[in-house]
Design a protein around this ligand. Structure first.
Ligand code: ATP
Ligand code: MG
Length: 394
């Protein structure tokens, strides 16, 4: 049975009190936007605290489901049979037919879950459960009722119309993008930062991004890789405005003027400063990085404290307590892994010291910076002025 409607389940946003409609409207809008990218005509509507997707033209079921799986805020996607109320006998026949066509093997355990939000229906929920359960058993004698741990829930919702569904395909969860302000992601070509962007977007945060490019030490292909990563993340997060900063002169100056074991930290501090500039310009509420405690020398608690010290904005590090393998698992799931592991050089790896400090001292770092401060002021200004901006969209 090819069903042409989906019931969209959303959990977390259901509990937002008076703001609930804002969240729902955003979710509806985001679903519409996502579906507009694939073939077919769709109607997305919200009624009685429910969101429905209706396919109005021919459509590819898998493509619709895969698309809905990219929309944060959705916890379940339920292929739906919606019928008008033509009496209980008609309902029973349609439910039996629904089971017949949905399941090849009729040997599972089930439970009927009736909900009656229209109270003038002649049977109450308990009566529907019992009566419908009996008719299903009559039709398929190998099925069994299990009220505690059924393999299949046959959901029947008596509303203006009647909803019948049994499959709940998991959605991505989270909150609709755009309901939680915006942040500036420091996006490199690595594995971690695209995952970090995905994770904050999942909490409803709209993201923009900044990439520090160091031509000719880093190639056009390295830059293209970051654009490609931004594009994959934008499938979930919506459009991303990507700022590409030419960081070469800044890096050369740091390289020339500072102790080499402090290079990474000082470079990181300037990256943060520049990222914060764009974040303020865009009205973002924070910065986001892909750092994780202890992963490398620049990500010890001491290093991150020293890096943080240059900015006044909150720095969000959604991967801070995650192991590398767990981060890799997410990157594989969201489709960034293959691009992230392409072997193009990164601006940080080129100017990196053999033995970077792992416990930098802020006073000592500031002292080193003071030698290049004046020159850096100008170089940072130029880097900001010459930044290339690309709008990336899936
Ligand atoms: P990633 O996999 O995200 O590159 P990483 O493990 O390689 O992370 P680092 O290179 O130490 O770690 O970078 C830490 C964080 O700093 C990155 O997650 C990213 O947020 C930011 N960052 C590093 N290099 C750049 C860059 N060239 N442009 C923008 N942000 C960067
Ligand atoms: Mg990196």
């Amino acid at each position: 049975m090819k069903l042409d409607k989906f019931l969209i389940k959303y959990a977390e946003i259901g509990v937002k009190g008076k703001n609930r409609y804002l969240f729902e409207d955003k979710l509806v809008y985001n679903i519409k936007t996502a579906l507009s990218k694939i073939d077919g005509e769709y109607k997305v509507r919200k009624t009685e605290g429910r969101i429905y997707v209706e396919c109005l033209s021919s459509f590819d079921n898998d493509e619709v489901v895969e698309t809905l799986k990219t929309v944060f805020g959705i916890v379940g996607i339920c292929p739906l049979l919606q019928i008008t109320d033509e009496g209980f006998d008609d309902l029973s026949a349609k439910v039996v037919n629904f089971i017949d066509e949905t399941y090849d093997k009729k040997d599972f355990t089930f439970k009927v879950m009736a909900r009656r939000s229209r109270k003038n229906y002649p049977l109450n929920s308990m009566e529907i459960n019992e009566e419908l359960g009996g008719r299903i058993l009559d039709a398929f004698p190998d099925l069994k009722v299990d009220v505690h741990k059924p393999e299949v829930y046959i959901n029947v919702e008596i509303r203006e119309r009647i909803n019948i569904y049994s499959k709940v395909i998991p959605g991505p969860g989270g909150m609709p993008v755009g309901t939680a302000g915006s942040a500036m992601l420091l996006l490199s070509g690595g594995i971690d930062s695209p995952v970090a962007g995905y994770m904050v977007a999942k909490r409803g945060v709209k993201i923009d991004a900044v990439y520090f490019h160091a031509p000719p030490y880093t190639s056009e292909r390295a830059k293209q890789k970051v654009v490609d990563l931004a594009r994959i993340v934008s499938r979930y997060s919506g459009p991303i405005r990507l700022h590409i900063v030419n960081f070469t002169d800044c890096q050369l100056k740091i390289y020339e003027g500072c102790p080499h074991d402090q290079l990474t930290i000082i470079m990181r501090r300037y990256m943060m400063k520049i990222a914060e500039h764009f974040a303020k310009e865009k009205g973002n509420l924070g910065l986001v990085t892909g750092e994780s405690i202890g992963q490398v020398a620049s990500q010890t608690m001491q290093s991150m404290a020293v890096t943080n010290e240059v900015c006044t904005m909150p720095v969000y590090r959604p991967l801070v307590a995650m192991d590398k393998q767990d981060i890799i698992d997410i990157s594989e799931k969201i489709g960034t892994y293959e691009t992230s592991v392409l072997p193009y050089e990164d601006c940080c790896t080129i100017f990196v010291a053999k033995h970077p400090v792992t416990k930098p001292n802020l006073v000592s770092i500031k002292k080193s910076e003071s030698h290049i401060e004046e020159a850096m002021e100008e170089l940072v200004k130029v880097a900001i002025e010459t930044t290339e901006v690309i709008d990336v969209e899936f």
